[in-house]
Design a protein around this ligand. Structure first.
Ligand code: MG
Length: 396
């Protein structure tokens, strides 16, 4: 065996927001650590991949890697409190027993939070290892650098000799294990593995890094990464139409909003004709039946049901397909009550139920010039158009 990729994913950092350690956060539906692992498994010169996880993160790891079957992916190793201890735990776990020949000649140490490392950059690091014991991918500093104290510039720093360090950093396995142990024993804290090598007196050769290998840290980084990995989407449109009869009562529920009126809509559920039309429009856009198929009126459990549950179920079906709602456009047809004064309340309510921005919800209303059932105030009709983005796929 030649080369091990050691991926450090032991951080607990939540600084990019969200409830998960950031390496387990999904980027376009796939946990970031898995994307990083897959990058290395896909590289023909990598013989094994080992992930160092944080204490108590085994379940998160298993979940992130579920369904990934590749014999080159080794069982994860639990790291320590600091990155340095985590790397050493990973390196030690593949150490030869007794007089065995070392299992790996080279090791690439990689941050889990850099999922876009290009294959050519991995090649440059590996090529460098043919003649050096330590290889560091770097990028030039493009901005002018200033040394600042007390809120004012003290001096301009010459950036010509400065570079930005990235990962994967490559090492001769035996040399870096030894250097890590020495650093641990000296109690010296370092920020990356190249510094460990440096302190141990190894010559650290630099090779060209890549802006693609950016570390994903901030919320803005996640947004950029999302765009980059996002599957191509295609637009689907669905329409919905519904009518409910008006009967005795003191208000109508439209879009989840109760509007005072001298009558009420009659129906098996809460008769929210607006949400019913919208639900059917969303189901239509994804080709998944209609509201009656999923929530049969013959089933007593939907009697009096609040219609937001139908809408939420339709949204879930969209999300499960990797899609999202682009826009909802609702038209309510009735003489009374007047919808205009409640328009924004309806928009806010529908947006809230669907978990989308209010700017993606349109509510319109019209009378039918006193013609037909709506004109005679026998009932209220609603029609809706849903625009949905779904991942483009030959299968769909
Ligand atoms: Mg209905």
């Amino acid at each position: 065996m030649q080369t091990l990729a050691l991926i450090v994913a032991a951080g607990r950092g939540l600084r990019a927001g969200g409830a998960l350690p950031k390496q387990y956060r999904s980027v376009a539906g796939v946990p970031m650590v898995r994307r990083t692992v897959e990058r290395f498994l896909a590289h023909p010169r990598i013989d094994a991949v080992l992930v160092v996880i944080g204490d108590g993160q085994r379940a998160l790891y298993e979940d992130a890697m579920s369904g990934l079957s590749d014999a080159r992916l080794l069982a994860p190793v639990t790291g320590g409190d600091e990155r340095q201890a985590s790397v050493l735990a990973g390196l030690s776990s593949v150490e030869p027993d007794g007089d065995d020949v070392a299992r790996y000649r080279h090791v690439l140490i990689q941050d889990a939070a850099r999922p876009f490392v290009p294959a050519e950059m991995i090649d440059r690091v590996l090529d460098g290892l043919e003649t050096s014991e330590a290889v560091l991918p770097v990028l030039p500093v493009v901005d002018t650098l200033k040394r600042v104290g007390d809120g004012t510039v003290e001096t301009t720093v010459d950036r010509a000799a400065l570079v930005r360090a990235q990962t994967p950093q490559g090492f001769a396995y035996a040399a870096i294990v030894e250097a890590h142990r020495a650093a641990r024993d000296s109690g010296r804290a370092v920020t990356d593995d190249a510094e460990i090598a440096e302190v141990a007196g190894l010559a650290v050769r630099v090779v060209q890094g890549s802006e693609d290998a950016m570390k994903i840290t901030t919320e803005q980084d996640f947004t950029q990464a999302e765009t980059r990995f996002a599957a191509p989407m295609e637009t689907r449109v669905g329409t919905g139409f519904d009518v409910h009869r008006l009967g005795p009562g003191d208000g109508v529920i439209l879009g989840g909003v109760t509007i005072p009126h001298d009558r009420a809509l009659q129906g098996h559920s809460d008769a929210d004709v607006a949400l019913h039309a919208l639900t059917d429009a969303v189901l239509g856009a994804i080709g998944d039946g209609d509201i009656g198929a999923h929530f049969p009126p013959s089933d007593a459990k939907w009697k009096g049901a609040s219609s937001d549950r139908f809408m939420i179920d339709a949204i879930r079906r969209v999300t499960e397909r990797g899609g999202r709602i682009s826009h909802l456009d609702l038209t309510v047809l009735c003489e009374r009550p007047k919808i205009g004064p409640h328009r924004d309340a309806l928009r806010a309510s529908i947006a809230g139920i669907c978990g989308i921005d209010i700017g993606r919800v349109s509510v319109k209303a019209t009378t039918t010039e006193r013609l037909g059932f709506a004109g005679r105030e026998e009932g209220i009709a609603a029609q809706a158009v849903a625009t949905v983005l779904l991942p483009a796929s030959d299968r769909l």
